[in-house]
Design a protein around this ligand. Sequence first.
Ligand SMILES: [Zn+2]
Length: 455
Amino acid sequence: MSPLLSLLIAFTYNPPGQLESGTEGRVDQHIYVPSMRYPIENAPSFPNSQVYRPGGMHGPGGGQCSATNYQYPWSDNFCEPRRWEMPLCPGGTGHQGQDIRPADCQDKVHWAVAAESGTITSIGSYSVYLVAEDGTRHRYLHLDPTSIAVRRGQEVTRGARIGLVSNAYFDADGNPVPTTIHLHYDIHQYVAQLQQAVYVPPYLSLVRSYQELLGQPGVSCEDLPLEGGVVDDTSPCFQRWGPVQYWRAVQGQGVGTGFMWTNAFISDEPSNWARWNLQLAGAGRFRVEVNLVEGYNRSRRVPYRLRHGGQETDVILDQSTASGWRALGTFDFQAGDDQWISVYDNTGEEGGDLHITVDAIRLTPAAPTQPSADAGVTPSVDAGNQSPADAGQPPSADAGASSQPDAGPAVPAVDAGEAPVVPDKDEPIGCGCAGSGPLEFFTLLTLIGLRRRRR
Ligand SMILES: [Zn+2]
């Protein structure tokens, strides 16, 4: 058995929101950066509390190098008691990210690496800020200052070395503050419901990227069985692209825990788009449906593209005519992956508030075609409202290492600007993305010459 495989088999993690402090964490199944790379170069690695474990202020006896600190399972410590203002934490304050121990207790040996491609926007005495194209900001704290391998303004690619994990920590006067050898890692991202960028839970993004690091990309996107099933927008088989501020999430409606929506606009290329990856247990002919939510299905010509059985088929759906399960058609699929259903926002429609529901897709077995019949493409566009949501099978299919097609035009990054050199500080964010209404936003885009009708 390969060393990585044994690590993968051993890997376990406590659920999100279960804190070692015993206080209430954030129970959140959403993966905020599904495509990220694990921020430490090599496995194993052990995210857990630096405070409530051996070597920590409120820990039991023993030093930080105690073996129990370097064992699975992982533990979430987002929202662990701290004074930082944290809109997503149950008590409104808490720890802003996840503390991560590297493979062992050695100082200045283990590399922290870029979670996404992006720009280094700030380097402080013990901090590095990396902002991805969609405005998501990744922050690295406590790296050894002499090891920093990037400079401010530098473009880095996913996985690039940033600095060595250490225990660098200074107060506002520049005096050293003791801490353990660990990487504090956090994610700052625009959250539509809050109309601002905030610290979001990194835990499940770390779980997923760690599984990939261990050699199983999309490990939890499973085979869709021959009897078909549902793939929801919370499934690891689901991926979305485009500026995060144009993705809205609604809880409590749609299939599963909620759904997402975005708005239609006019462009040759999509900006916000999503994909349900499919990996089928066997070949078969399936009716394909998408679930639409009343009030969020206003676009009249939503482009879908299906890749099935080695070919691609485009389907235009008028979402506005009915909600619930709506058919895209019946298609032949082969066994295995490299099959998907994608939805795009560049409908070409004029007007505002042209919402596009992005929720779940459903495959239902259909009668096989006659041998000589069509190749399986029956884009019976809009077969009308289908039978109500029998939730069907749990999600499925393997995303694999799917390539990332163009994510549309770049949008000005939500940049933190200068990072004050203050311990673990929640500095004010110069977020240019919130507050302006659609009209102002449209005007701004017009001024800067982008032909985007939004939102
Ligand atoms: Zn921390």
